[in-house]
Design a protein around this ligand. Structure first.
Ligand code: NAD
Ligand code: UD1
Length: 343
């Protein structure tokens, strides 16, 4: 049985689809801080499979002990966390408590129940601003520019220290680049609360008329068209990466190899803001009004992955291209709208 923390969230829900389709037994802990319980039914509808959901907090050790007592947990995929970069500067203590302290509780309970396999959701944000692109896993890490980024860095360090102290753990840190897109069914996807901070939800909301125009932050970056370049990855490809990470841990366990591994999960391609907007308009045949405004503080010119290590060691390969990402994001947005926001 695999325990998925934050399993009803954006990346967690797509990963559950991958795991259930691959025949894994799973259970979930989610406090619904950034999702709704109906996501469970959507996942059941897509996969035709059922699974147990514990509505609760990873800070609640009593509940976590109960989960480990009621289920034989072989490994944990740990998504649960707060992730809004701007908000993390406003309420940093909540971010440190939820993300860092929450992870400490989870690790304590895992250790107590002798479950020592974990896949952790880290982020390309730990690289900070780097001259050399694409980014490799061994690039020296720069200071994060916000509390959210620092929670990822701290948790990476905690997991590294844990492994140093007891190398019978199997730990995989996955550094995600920019996940976008949604499941092709249009049933699950990303539903940000309030005004979106991230590019793709802002584009889809502008296309559907909920926002007047997209603000393109900056046109004087050192990139091919002056707008910021990122490595956008389809959330289903990203989700599949978790299945591969789990299989790697299973293989290592069979061979009695304990390990801590770090992998970038990105496509290796950098696309600019205008590349995304133009592709979105073309493949969906819809207009996205936009205007160029000042740079957003803290943004960097360019960030994309060297995903060779994940390819060589996990067999990771992205199947979806930018057109798929734009089509699936739009399909999900239209479905939410058609469903009066209930979908
Ligand atoms: P999300 O907010 O959609 O999912 C997180 C889930 O965790 C939500 O369902 C939320 O209700 C739950 N949760 C939060 N705090 C919890 C707690 N204390 N106890 C139990 N459940 C809790 O976010 P996501 O985009 O799916 O991201 C998943 C993970 O990946 C996060 O750790 C995030 O920081 C990391 N990540 C995301 C991105 C991205 O762009 N989406 C990029 C890099 C890393
Ligand atoms: C941000 C976070 C990162 C987090 C990631 C996914 C920062 C500095 N980094 O990355 O930690 O892991 O989100 O949640 O916040 N853009 C516009 N107009 C918009 C929105 C974005 O032009 O309305 C541009 C940005 O300037 C950037 C690109 O689009 O060049 C991508 O932005 P975004 O989707 O917010 O992701 P990141 O900034 O890469």
């Amino acid at each position: 049985m695999i325990l998925v923390t934050g399993g009803l969230g954006y990346i967690g829900s797509h990963t559950l689809v991958e795991l259930l389709n691959a025949g894994y037994d799973v259970c979930v802990i989610d406090n619904l801080a950034n999702t709704t319980i109906d996501v469970k039914d959507k996942i059941k509808k897509i996969t035709g499979k059922d699974f147990k959901v514990y509505i609760g907090d990873i800070l609640d050790e009593k509940l976590e002990n109960q989960i480990f007592e009621e289920n034989k947990i072989d490994a944990v995929i740990h998504f649960a966390g707060l992730k809004a970069v701007g908000e993390s500067s406003v309420i940093p203590l909540e971010y440190y408590r939820n993300n860092v302290e929450g992870t400490l509780h989870l690790l304590e309970v895992m250790k107590k129940h002798d479950c020592k396999s974990i896949v952790f959701s880290s982020s390309a944000t730990v690289y900070g601003s780097q001259e050399v692109q694409p980014l490799k896993e061994d690039a020296p890490l720069m200071d994060a520019t916000n509390p959210y980024g620092r929670t990822k860095r701290f948790i990476e360090d905690i997991l590294k220290d844990l492994y140093k102290s007891d190398n019978s753990w199997h730990i995989i840190l996955l550094r995600y680049f920019n996940p976008i897109g949604a499941h092709e069914s249009g049933l699950i996807g990303e539903k940000p609360n309030g005004i979106p901070n991230n590019l793709m939800p802002y584009i889809t909301q502008t296309a559907i008329g909920a926002r007047e125009y997209l603000n393109v932050f900056g046109s004087d970056y050192k990139t091919h068209d002056g707008t910021g370049v990122r490595d956008y990855i389809h959330v289903c490809d990203l989700a599949h990466g978790h299945l591969l990470a789990l299989r790697k841990i299973e293989k290592d366990k069979e061979r009695n190899i304990a390990k801590l591994d770090i992998y970038n999960l990105g496509t290796g391609n950098g696309y600019s803001v205008l590349d995304i907007v133009n592709t979105f308009m073309k493949v969906n045949n819809i207009n996205v009004p936009y205007r160029i405004v000042d740079r957003r503080p803290g943004d960097i010119d360019c960030c994309y992955a060297d995903a060779t290590k994940a390819h060589n060691e996990l067999g990771f390969k992205c199947e979806k291209n930018l057109a798929d990402m734009c089509k699936d994001s739009w399909n999900f947005q239209k479905n939410i709208k058609d469903d009066g926001g209930q979908n």
